[in-house]
Design a binder for this molecule. Sequence first.
Ligand SMILES: CC(C)C[C@H](NC(=O)CN)C(=O)O
Length: 509
Amino acid sequence: MEFFYQIDETNLFSPQVWFILSIFLFLVQHVHSFQFEELKKYIDSHQEEYVETLREWVAVESVSTDVQRRPDLERMMDMTAEKLRDMQGTVELLPDGTTIPLPKVVTAQFGSDPSKHTVCIYGHVDVQPASKEDGWATEPYNLTDINGNLYGRGASDNKAPVLAWIHTVEVYQKLNMELPVNVKFIIEGMEETGSNGLEAMVSAHKDSFFSDVDWIVISDCGWLSRRPALTYGTRGNCYFYAEVRRTRVQVEGPKEDLHSGVHGGTVVEPMTDLIGILGKYYTLISPSGEILIPGIEAAVAPMTDTERETYQSIEFNTEDYRRKIGVDRLMYSSKVDLLAHRWRQPTVSIHGIEGAFSDPGSKTVIPARVVAKFSIRQVPNMDPKEVEKQVKEHLEAAFAKRGTPNKLKVTMVIGAKPWLADPQQPLYEAGKAAVQRVFNVEPNLIREGGTIPIARTFQDVTGKPIIMLPIGGFDDGLHSQNEKMSRYNYIEGTKLFAAFLHEASQIKN
Ligand SMILES: CC(C)C[C@H](NC(=O)CN)C(=O)O
């Protein structure tokens, strides 16, 4: 065979032409696989370095719910920006859209080739509070490796996934491989308090930062089981403070707690009123899970047969789940009902009472002011504004019936909407292909019971499709004691992200 083989219509069907064509197609198909092997090798050989970076990040107590910790949170945002700057990203610290002093949002850009797609990665580096006294087996801010699990507050929610995305870009750079897509980052520090200020920031930069973004990727959730997953829905969250305080005859009058022996029996106690409106006659939710605030259940989108069939086909063992969370009995016994109540039905959770005596021992006090904190997970077609009205009316009516001289004030402090995507779009095909490449299985297509407050805003304001690509394990203990991220998920997750960038680059316009 001549080295330069002339192809014309006379020899188009000759074996030589087919031989050359098949070699060419083989190379086109496999060139990425070859590159991917290199990416995987690099990731595997740098795993200790990645764990060290996670250790440094977990050591920062970037708790957003506690204003006392704001300097730590600012430091965490600076560390994030510095890391992205070191990688030669175009980094900007953008103010949130409000006048309240909040940590700046870190944005970064890697590549601006107009011939490539642009993927925007969202994540957060703030965490929920944690202390050893809450029952942690290890120091929560000292990343501790036990049998391949990396324990530490924020390890899974959301520091390791954010780092895994950063490492992904870094790996392509270190191997001198061109990034298959342009990558943008938007990393915030207020997610755990409802992403305060971010909505205004997104609206303000809709036509600048977001204008060339094709898709938004969020990795702030977990798998349902050991099988990797793609997430196409989250619940929202309406978070309430219900404050009951003792009235004072004069504004300057006493506002202190009272001795229950000296004054008990002579005053109507704020705590009794609060418990009375939250619990008596099942005021918020019944023991069987029915929400008793008028209007809430009626707004919930009815479950379709297709949905039911989808849930039925999902790999999920209810008994494993029950054992894992350590309860004697779950509210629902069937898989479909359980998944529905985790993902697509609302629920009420009472989180705590500020001002209540909660230390060990027995203090005989009558607190002067108590604030209940509770939230309602939102699902389609609930509207947070309506929910706010329904909750206020309901609690105020229950309180009025008590005929108490105390005062009630109900405030909604978070009003995050649910998010739902169509998993039949090409973006999810790219996600499936990436999972297949790394884990060699079909991912579970799941929804998430938790809330990513900004997800719905991204969808509504920017109009860009979103995919949630989780790498967190099903048993990571988010917000709880002993939160962890397994090394396996962290490292294989980084490979998944590297594969996803390639798959996303192949999506046809
Ligand atoms: C509005 C909540 C504070 C958001 C929080 N989000 C996450 O945990 C996501 N990692 C939630 O409680 O769902």
